[in-house]
Design a binder for this molecule. Structure first.
Ligand code: PLP
Length: 359
């Protein structure tokens, strides 16, 4: 078997231990003589998995008792529609602070269902900073404030929680479970699974219970958070395999010292990589230092004509998926929870060698 170091932005690396458990479990899960994909989601084994998965997630994120933990399908993108449908009427205004491509998408989607006020927008500097909170133009009595705490493409991460009375809706797809957060600061947190939770196909939503009743009348059953809250997320057949892997990932995360433990490791990984970039005259990262992402590290080479060579030689060295997003160019190393410290060290060593050879 040969595994590479995988820097994919998503779907992203999973812990090898988890993959090995999956491989062992597939033909005969828990002595049932069936795989987890072949059993009823309403049977006792799967019910136990779902209950444990929620309990572990609650423990990892210290989710307060007055929040529901929901698992849906449709990815983070579906939540971009579910947020306005569950929290606003068509006449309400929701505030959006746009610090990257995902926030921009979320605002555009919400605009189909309610009034959207763009309270802040970092497009003027190609999403390399977070506009000062004092400059945001917020609406009085907004239905909610939407932010993207980590923008996956430009590599920009909030280092503060906004104030104000409106419930905060946060798209944490690319930094959930990477460090402690105070869930109570948010009204809603949502995250697609394929960065820090598990395989694509399942989506985590945390909702403060008093917000569940804001859903607009006549809303589709599967687009209603309350339906999931009232059915233990078994509104219809859930994505059982993805849920099973997420449960294994949460268990793995607990063995890493939980969110606190992984946050230390993530801090070391990102610090070392940014230090290597900043110390070189060959690589650079354009993001304001205060809001550089610990999960997605974009960097460009001094000469873009070397990009192709960099990608070919890094891939040959077992460093996969370093190509940057086309809107930013250059490279991007996504260093989510499951990317080990050795992977970052190998990348830094490769970058130094490449600079010596071509710089
Ligand atoms: C990946 C990503 C999304 C898109 O998620 P889907 O599950 O594909 O809908 C949305 N927001 C952020 C911040 C992301 O990183």
């Amino acid at each position: 078997m040969s595994r590479v170091y995988n820097f994919s932005a998503g779907p992203a690396a999973l812990p090898l231990e988890v993959l090995e458990t999956v491989r062992n479990d597939i033909p005969d899960w828990l002595g049932t003589g069936m795989s987890v994909m072949e059993v009823s989601h309403r049977g006792p084994d799967f019910a136990e998995l779902a209950a444990r998965c929620e309990a572990n997630l609650r423990e990892l994120l210290k989710v307060p008792d007055d929040y529901s933990v929901l698992f849906t399908q449709g990815g983070a993108t579906m939540q971009m529609a579910m947020a306005p449908l569950n929290l606003s009427s068509a006449d309400d205004t929701a505030d959006y602070v746009i610090t990257g491509s995902w926030g921009k998408k979320a605002a555009a989607e919400a605009g189909k269902f309610c009034r959207v006020n763009v309270a802040g927008d970092a497009a003027d500097r190609n999403y390399t900073y977070i506009p000062d909170e004092a400059s945001w133009r917020r609406t009085d009595a907004a239905a909610y404030l939407h932010i993207t705490p980590n923008e996956t493409i430009a590599g920009v991460e909030f280092d503060f929680v906004p104030g104000g009375d409106a419930p905060i809706v946060a798209d944490m797809s690319s930094n959930i479970l990477s460090r402690p957060v105070d869930v109570g600061d948010y009204g809603v947190i949502y995250a697609g699974a394929q960065k820090n939770i598990g395989p694509a196909g399942i989506t985590l939503v945390l909702v403060r219970n008093d917000l569940l009743d804001r859903v607009r009348p006549g809303n589709a059953h599967l687009m209603t958070w309350k339906s999931y809250a009232e059915s233990d997320s078994m509104t219809n057949t859930p994505p059982t395999f993805a849920w099973y892997v997420a449960d294994l990932v949460f268990d793995w995360l607990k063995r890493q010292g939980g969110v606190e433990g992984i946050a230390e490791i993530n801090g070391r990984k990102s610090r070392r990589l940014y230090e290597a970039i900043d110390a070189s005259g060959f690589y650079s990262n354009p993001v304001d230092v205060a809001c550089r992402s610990r999960m997605n590290v974009p960097f460009v080479l001094a000469d873009a004509r070397l990009d192709k060579t960099f990608l070919e030689e890094s891939a040959a060295a077992g460093l996969a998926n370093l190509k940057g997003h086309r809107s930013v160019g250059g490279m991007r190393a996504s260093i989510y929870n499951a990317v080990p410290e050795e992977a970052v060290d190998a990348l830094i060593a490769f970058m130094a060698e490449f600079e010596t050879k071509y710089g």
